[in-house]
Design a protein around this ligand. Structure first.
Ligand code: NAD
Ligand code: WQD
Length: 332
């Protein structure tokens, strides 16, 4: 089967390319490299010993997308391409709405035109807003605090309406929780530009000495130790979740949480990182970060029941693999 992977040189996309190739899928990657590097293609090929076809295109451009669809007989699309920095989305909302929503529409339209019936979309747990944990797929969505989150909720709605009107169109809307870690060989991983916004890359950069200490955003939340609780999921488990979703697609649009179902606080993650790697991570407690929720973790029973998929790697493996990648980063 030929699968188009948009955003396939990015963090989650590159790991999913590896998982797809290992599962026997043939892949075509489309990425404009606005937040990734073309070297990821070499690394994917190196890890899997398989060939990857790459197009440096912008998937909001209908003409480029249609040219690609006309060159390959595609069986499905996994749409990762998108802008994802929550804070930036508040500053430049038009870029986020335009990129993330137009890309979804252009790709869905090309699927209709070229008879491609399988579509997997990267959504986010952020669409649950401040619901009560654990988050279940049947919950009503609450407003998110930023344009990024709204682009995910709107893309889900657009794809759901398209699937309603075209019953043969099968869509999986995958709500990721907090992906962390890297491939165990340290060749691919998360390499954010500038100072990281997310916890794990911040911690790895403190461990490396690039940043002096972690700032823990608040210790007065109603959680076990007062710090924010999240459902961290190893990126390889997430990648395998995409293969499971693709293998089990059914007609209509269906939502699935991809998480572990376990909550870990900021201080628990710091401790796990120190235990896994034998490196101290200095930190200080500072004010809460605006827009953060206290707790966010998944009910994971639906993906288990329908895909037979569960996350296998624990928080120690996530910390170990994240650190291995950070150490190797200069060669990336
Ligand atoms: P990433 O930035 O590493 O990867 C996204 C890729 O898309 C990049 O390679 C970028 O160059 C590409 N891209 C962006 N706009 C494009 C366009 N118009 N045309 C072609 N390529 C384009 O991000 P990631 O962490 O791998 O995230 C992948 C997807 O998963 C995104 O849609 C993101 O919103 C979603 N997601 C990520 C997280 C997370 O914490 N990382 C959580 C939930 C959902
Ligand atoms: C995790 C915890 C912070 C940094 C974001 C997006 C979400 C999704 C995943 C895309 C929180 C705390 C963090 C730091 C800290 N992305 N923290 N010091 O906010 O759960 O989710 O990434 O879809 O949409 O919002 O992840 O890693 O930023 O934070 O104390 O320097 O770590 O307060 O409790 P978050 P995160």
């Amino acid at each position: 089967m030929n699968i188009l992977v948009t955003g396939g040189t990015g963090y989650i996309g590159s790991h999913t390319c590896v998982a797809l190739l290992e599962a026997g899928y043939n892949i075509i990657v489309a990425d404009n490299l606005c937040n990734s590097r073309v070297e990821a293609i070499d690394k994917i090929q190196q890890i899997t010993n398989e060939d990857v076809t790459f197009y440096q295109i912008d998937v909001i451009e209908e003409k480029s997308v249609e040219t690609l669809f006309s060159k390959h007989k595609l069986d499905g699309v996994i749409h990762f391409a998108g802008l994802k920095a929550v804070g930036e989305s508040v500053k430049i909302p038009i870029s986020y709405y335009y990129n993330n929503i137009v890309s979804t529409m252009v790709l869905a339209k090309a699927c209709q035109k070229f008879g491609v019936k399988r579509f997997v979309f990267s959504s986010s747990a952020t669409v649950y807003g401040d619901n009560t944990v654990p988050f279940v797929e049947t919950m009503d969505l609450l407003p998110t605090t930023n344009p990024y989150g709204e682009t995910k909720a709107m893309s889900e709605k657009i794809l759901t309406d398209i699937a309603k009107a075209n019953p043969e169109f099968s869509v999986a809307l995958l709500r990721y929780f907090n992906p962390v870690g890297a491939h165990a060989n340290g060749l691919i991983g998360e390499a954010p530009n500038g100072i990281p916004n997310n916890l794990m890359p911040y911690v790895t950069q403190v461990a490396k000495g690039k940043l002096d200490k972690l700032r823990v955003f608040g210790n007065d939340y109603p959680t076990t130790d007062g710090t924010g609780v999240r459902d961290y999921i190893h990126v390889l488990d997430l990648a395998e979740g995409h293969v499971a979703a693709l293998d089990n697609l059914k007609e209509g649009a269906h939502i699935y949480n991809l998480g572990t179902g376990k909550g870990t606080s900021v201080l628990e993650l710091v401790k796990a990182f120190e235990d896994a790697n034998g490196i101290e991570v200095p930190y200080e407690i500072v004010d809460r970060r605006p827009g953060d929720v206290a707790s966010c973790y998944a009910d994971v029973s639906k993906a288990k029941k329908e895909f037979g998929w569960t996350a296998k790697r624990d928080i120690i493996a996530m910390c170990r693999d994240a650190w291995r990648f950070e150490k190797n980063l200069k060669s990336y």
